[in-house]
Design a protein around this ligand. Structure first.
Ligand SMILES: Nc1nc2c(ncn2[C@@H]2O[C@H](COP(=O)(O)OP(=O)(O)OP(=O)(O)O)[C@@H](O)[C@H]2O)c(=O)[nH]1
Ligand SMILES: [Mg+2]
Length: 197
C-alpha cells in the first residue's frame, strides 16, 4: 500500500476561517496519544504534522488534504484533550475550538478516535466517546503505540480496550506509527472513506 498523498493546507483557530471542503475525517484523542505522528505515518513523512514528546504540540485545527490539490478531501489534525499542564485559559480555549469544530463543521462525516494502546482508555477518553455519540458523529477507534505494549501484556490490554469501549474486536484497529503496524489497513480505510459518493 503506497503512502497517502497528503499535503498541508492551512491551520485555523476557528471553524469560520476554513474554506468549504468536500468531506472531512478528523483525528481526535488525548494530547500525546499520537495523532500527528499517525498523519506522518500515513503519508510516510516525518515532518508533515508537528509532533513532540511533550503534550500540546498541536494547538490549532490543522487541515491536510488528500491529493489532488483542491479535492476537498480533508484529514484534520486537532489539538489533544487532557493536557493538564497548560494554563486553564488555554485549556478552555482549545476545548471550545475543538467542540466548535466537531459540532459545527458541515462536511465532517466521521472521526478517528485515538486511544493510547500503551495506557488504555482513560475516563476522559470514555467521556469524549460518549459525547461523540451524543452529537451523532460516527467514530472509528484506533489504538496507538502498539509497539510500546509488552507482548506479555498485549492480550490483557486488547481485552481491556474492548471491555471499556464496549465494542467488538473488529471495531478497534491497532496501529504503530513506529513499526508501521496497521498503517496500511488504515490507509485503505481512509481511501475508501473518501472514495464514497
Ligand atoms: N513508541 C511510539 N511512540 C509514538 C507513536 N506514535 C507517537 N509516538 C510518540 O508520542 C509522542 C506524541 O506524539 P504526537 O504525534 O505529537 O501526539 P499528538 O496526539 O499529536 O499530541 P498533541 O498534538 O499534543 O495533541 C511523540 O514523542 C511521538 O514520537 C508510536 O506508534 N509508537
Ligand atoms: Mg499533535
Amino acid at each position: 500500500m503506497p503512502p497517502l498523498p497528503i499535503h498541508f493546507v492551512q491551520s485555523a483557530s476557528s471553524l469560520h476561517q476554513l474554506p468549504t471542503s468536500r468531506r472531512e475525517l478528523a483525528i481526535i484523542g488525548r494530547s500525546n496519544v499520537g495523532k500527528s505522528s499517525l498523519i506522518n505515518a500515513l503519508a510516510n513523512r516525518t515532518k508533515l504534522a508537528k509532533t513532540s514528546k511533550t503534550p500540546g504540540a498541536t494547538q490549532l485545527i490543522n487541515i491536510f488534504e488528500l491529493a489532488p490539490e483542491g479535492s476537498g478531501n480533508w484529514l484534520v489534525d486537532l489539538p489533544g484533550y487532557g493536557f493538564a499542564k497548560a494554563p486553564r485559559r488555554e485549556i478552555t480555549r482549545w476545548r471550545e475550538m475543538i467542540e466548535q469544530y466537531l459540532t459545527g463543521s458541515a462536511s465532517l462525516e466521521a472521526v478517528l478516535v485515538l486511544i493510547d494502546g500503551a495506557v488504555g482508555p482513560t475516563p476522559l477518553d470514555l467521556q469524549t466517546i460518549d459525547w461523540l455519540h451524543h452529537i451523532d458523529l460516527p467514530a472509528r477507534f484506533v489504538a496507538t503505540k502498539a509497539d510500546k505494549v509488552r507482548p506479555s501484556k498485549s492480550k490483557a490490554r486488547r481485552t481491556e480496550v474492548l471491555t471499556l469501549l464496549e465494542v467488538e474486536r473488529s471495531d478497534v484497529l491497532w496501529v504503530s506509527a513506529s513499526s508501521g503496524l496497521g498503517i496500511d489497513e488504515l490507509r485503505r480505510e481512509i481511501l475508501a472513506f473518501f472514495a464514497e459518493d
